[in-house]
Design a protein around this ligand. Sequence first.
Ligand code: GFB
Length: 321
Amino acid sequence: MNIDAKNLAGRKVYVAGHRGMVGSAVCRALAAAGCSDVVTRTHAELDLLDPRAVRSFYEAERPDVAVIAAARVGGIGANSAANALFLYENEMIALNTVWAAAETGVKRLLFLGSTCIYPRMAPQPIPESALLTSELEKTNEGYALAKISGLKLCEFLRRDRGLLYHSLMPTNLYGPGDNYDIVHGHVLPTMIRKFETARENGDAKVPLWGSGSPLREFLHVDDLASACLFALALDNPPDLMNVGSGEEVSIKRLAETIKAATGCPAEISWDSSKPDGTPRKLCDTSLIRSLGWKSEISLEEGVRRTVGDYRRELAAGTIRL
Ligand code: GFB
C-alpha cells in the first residue's frame, strides 16, 4: 500500500525496539517512505527499564514522533512460564517510554501492543470495545496487563494533555527477524524451524503442541509496518485500532501450510500435554479498514516468504534461535 507519510516529512522519529522484528520492519517502512531522520538506540546503549536513562535520552534527542515497538515478547511457552517477568519488563518499557515522551515534549506517539489484551472469551471477531469487559487469558496475563497499561497511558495523556498518543493492537505477527526458539518462540516461526529441522534430519514425526484446534489469525510484519505509517498519517486517529489480516486459520491448518511450504514429508504428532491457550483470537479490523487500510500479504504468500527468510538467516548466521 502506498501511504502518504505527510505527518512524518521532515520529522525526527524515534523507533524504540528497532532491532526486533516489528521495530526493524517499521524502520524499513520509514526508509521506503523517505523518512531519513530516524533515531534508534540498542539495548546496550539505552536500558528502557531505567526511567532516568529514558528521560535523558528524550532530552538529548528531542524526537518529534516516537514509535514504541520495544517489548519482551514470546509465544505461549515463554509467557506462561514467566508472567511476572513479562508483566514487569513490559510495564516498565511502556510507562517509561510513553511517560518520558510526554514529559519532554514529544508531540506524537504510536504505541504497539497485541490482541492478547482482550478477554479470553471476547466476542469474535474481537472489536476494540471488548477491552476490559471480562477476564484475560491466563497464559499471557502479565504481558496483556502491561500492554493495557501502555495503551491506557496514551489514552489518558491524549485526554489530559492533548498529546496525539495512540495505539495499534496487531494480531499474531511473523516475518523476517523473528525468534525461532523452539520453547519460547511463537507458533508460526517455531513450526517453520521444526519442519525444516525434521526435513533436514529425515525425521518421521514433527511434534507440535496442544490439540491443533485453536483458531488464530496471522499478520506479516511488513503489513503491520504499513499500518503504522497509515495510523501516523491520520490527523485524528482513534485511540486504539486493531490490525489484522481477517484470515482465520486453525493451528492444524497452519501446520499443514508450513509443512507444504517447507516440503517436509514428516507426519505431525500433537502433544496434548502442552497448552492450547485462548481458543479463538480473530480481531475485528473493520475500524482500520473503514479508514482505508488493509493487509496485502496472504498467509500462504507470507509463509512462503518467511521460509525463505528463515533459510537465508540460517545460512547467514543472523538467525535468532
Ligand atoms: O504463538 P503462540 O505461542 O501463542 O501460539 P498465542 C500458541 C498456539 O499454537 C497454541 C499451538 O494453541 C499452541 O498449542 N502450538 C502448536 C504451538 N505447536 C506449537 C509450537 O511448537 N510452539 C508454540 N509456541 N505453539 C501469544 C501470547 O499467544 O500471542 C503472546 O502468548 C502474544 O503474549 C502473541 O500476545 C501474539 O497465540 O497463544
